[in-house]
Ligand binder design. Sequence first.
Ligand code: GDP
Length: 451
Amino acid sequence: MFNSLSDRLTATFKNLRGKGRLSEADVDATVREIRRALLDADVAVPVVREFTAKVRERALGSEVNEALNPAQQIVKIVNEELVAILGGETRRINLAKNPPTVIMLAGLQGAGKTTLAGKLSKWLKGQGHSPLLVAADLQRPNAVKQLQVNGERAGVPVFAPHPGVSSEFESATGDPVAVALAGLAEAKSKLHDVVIVDTAGRLGIDAELMKQAADIRAAINPDEVLFVIDAMIGQDAVNTAQAFNEGVNFTGVVLTKLDGDARGGAALSVASITGKPVMFASTGESLDDFELFHPDRMASRILDMGDVLTLIEQAEKNWDKGEAERMARKFADQEDFTLDDFLSQMQQIRKMGSMKKMLMMMPGAAGMRQQLENFDEREIDRVEAIVRSMTPHERVAPKIINGSRRARIAKGSGVHVSEVNGLLERFGQAQKMMKKMAQGGGIPGMPGVAG
Ligand code: GDP
């Protein structure tokens, strides 16, 4: 996400490096580059104007003039101003004092509302809430079904209008306002503490759509109205956001499809233009591709300063404690590190999410973007296939894997013998390292890190 913007900005700052004092001409040249980078990334013109004016003013002021490293000081200013246009502080969901908390989703068709409903409900459930999804998108033929599928995946119940299924609410069928109200009543009676109402979108803004959304809003009086917007829609984002802001007066923004290579800059404009904060980011089609939006972390990613906090959170969330403890015990008992352990470690790493996505959060990742793009996620699948083609005995005593066994394993896992050889070699190195650590030498090359 924001790849080309990120590349352009880091290149601009590189030009400043090594300069002692910055002349007004240096500042102007830098600001000009920043302006071009933002415009090329589709950031809305008024937002760019305000942004660059602020950066210029600060860059010419004393904070840069008196700084030991003026170039770094400019990066700091751009970072702070980026955080500001992204909405400043991280904004969390306003939970109602008297549950249920009601969250309404609005946005154009295809923006990713239904997918988001599933992601948000799963995320809330993970935080100990008991959400109910309400299918009030009766426009798109498949929307109710799609929400039911997402609800099932998230393990969250869905309230949907179905003639005959719920006779009490049969009158609700066909009328989104009535469905939303019936959903709310259902949530109260079944003691759900959060209700997420999915509403209809159209391909473009139209008066009828907006009235329907406004009617639902008026009827259910939500605690949050989230405006869901596809980060790839370009300059149209501004008009769409303004129309929805006037129509339903949303309280927060959700950016979707941030995993695409779109320039994404229009999305950067939405918070600034509407004065409403970005609250969540959706970064893929799976229900777990979803994060709380932290303006400061996003700014760091754009400026290639890395997002180590998110990286650590991902690791903590997905790390299997039992498995980690099992490995630690193996170490302590000086047991042999086997191919099964090797495989299990790789699977642990994979559980943290896509390798590529994670590596992109490392500081300086922009410089390795090309190599990262070439990273093949299927490598771990191949390792798994190879290990699974070995007998249990081979996995604990890989020394017995001779030429004919290698050929058999390669055939069984559908790879070339050279890949089996490569895997065994890497395993051999890992095993050696594990042995050193188990003997109390710490991680080789890292003094002070005990094994
Ligand atoms: P709705 O019409 O607003 O309810 O949109 P949907 O939830 O049906 O999403 C439209 C399409 O976008 C579907 O094919 C989704 O799988 C896809 N989609 C939703 N969110 C994301 C995302 O964050 N990344 C990507 N790559 N695709 C997404």
